[in-house]
Write a protein of this length. Structure first.
Lengths: 155, 140
């Protein structure tokens, strides 16, 4: 079998084109998030330092390439550390505390069962999908109880 | 003595080269040049392929750890366990997935995969051309 036939086949060409399109899409997405992060970073710093100065963010344009300092707004997952009324505080993998608001529409699930807020306990691990609000909290739409994540294994 | 030699050679006809000799020599030189270029390209592509394979391993590890650390897999699993709720709040869900996507790691992995596939294609093409060139040289 001639291996060159495989490389000149339409399937192979399609795979290559698909990879290139995916790379371009991801690059565009990354560029978009970088611009968003720059704007958000600048706005936060501008607001925080309004009374002291009007300087912009330090570190230059490429300083914003690492977006790990920015939290996910539309969902989170981690361990419950506090339950107060319809407000849950969780600690995520980066040990960041996030406040989750629950209402009557919030669906709480475990396996195939639907739970109530009172069924949730401190130390439970949950995944949350929700809507961020102006106060930096997440209004939960769905909460699912999950097993604790496995300890990270080195490669 | 010299006169004898001159006399002796005057009886022989000067051998004439075949008409296509120059063409054959030039063609052979061109084939050898082509073969040398192909061999050089083969070395460069082989080195590139080895480099791409070496880079592929950390890139793959980066993607796996990126998915694990960001929580992408946790969110993604909701699609199977809570599909009806996910569909209702698909915008928040899609944004959660995008926020946790390890984009840089994925780009690096895809670039290495692209490089490996393209270099394999070029290597296969060059190997075939070298084989054909060698056959042509031997046939002449």
């Amino acid at each position: 079998m001639d291996i060159n036939k495989i490389f000149s086949s339409k399937i192979f060409q399609g795979i290559i084109i698909g990879i290139v399109i995916l790379i371009i899409l991801l690059l565009v997405f990354k560029a978009g998030t970088m611009v968003g992060i720059r704007k958000a970073d600048f706005s936060c710093r501008w607001s925080d330092n309004y009374h002291r100065n009007f300087g912009g963010p330090k570190g230059g344009f490429w300083g914003g390439f690492d977006d790990r300092n920015f939290m996910e707004a539309n969902g989170t997952f981690g361990q419950i550390i506090k339950i107060e009324g319809n407000v849950i505080t969780i600690k995520d993998r980066q040990s960041t505390e996030k406040v989750i608001l629950l209402d009557d529409k919030t669906a709480i699930r475990s396996m195939r069962n639907t739970l109530k807020l009172s069924d949730l306990k401190v130390d439970d691990n949950i995944v949350v999908i929700g809507e961020p609000n102006q106060a930096g909290q997440i209004a939960a739409k769905l909460i699912r109880l999950v097993p604790p994540p496995p300890a990270e294994k080195p490669f | 003595m010299t006169q004898n030699w001159n006399k002796l050679f005057s009886y022989y006809q000067t051998p004439n080269p075949p008409d296509d000799l120059l063409g054959k020599i030039m063609k052979r030189i061109s084939e050898e040049k082509r073969l040398l270029t192909l061999k050089r390209r083969l070395v460069i592509f082989s080195a590139g392929l080895i480099g791409a394979i070496v880079l592929f391993i950390p890139a793959l590890k980066g993607v796996i750890s990126g998915f694990a650390e960001s929580g992408f897999t946790q969110y993604f699993s909701l699609l199977f366990s809570d599909a009806e709720i996910v569909l209702v709040y698909w915008q928040n869900y899609a944004l959660s997935l995008l926020e946790t996507l390890p984009v840089v790691n994925l780009i690096l992995l895809l670039i290495t995969v692209f490089a490996i596939l393209e270099l394999l294609k070029l290597l296969a093409k060059d190997l075939k051309n070298i084989f054909i060139s060698k056959q042509l040289i031997h046939n002449h």
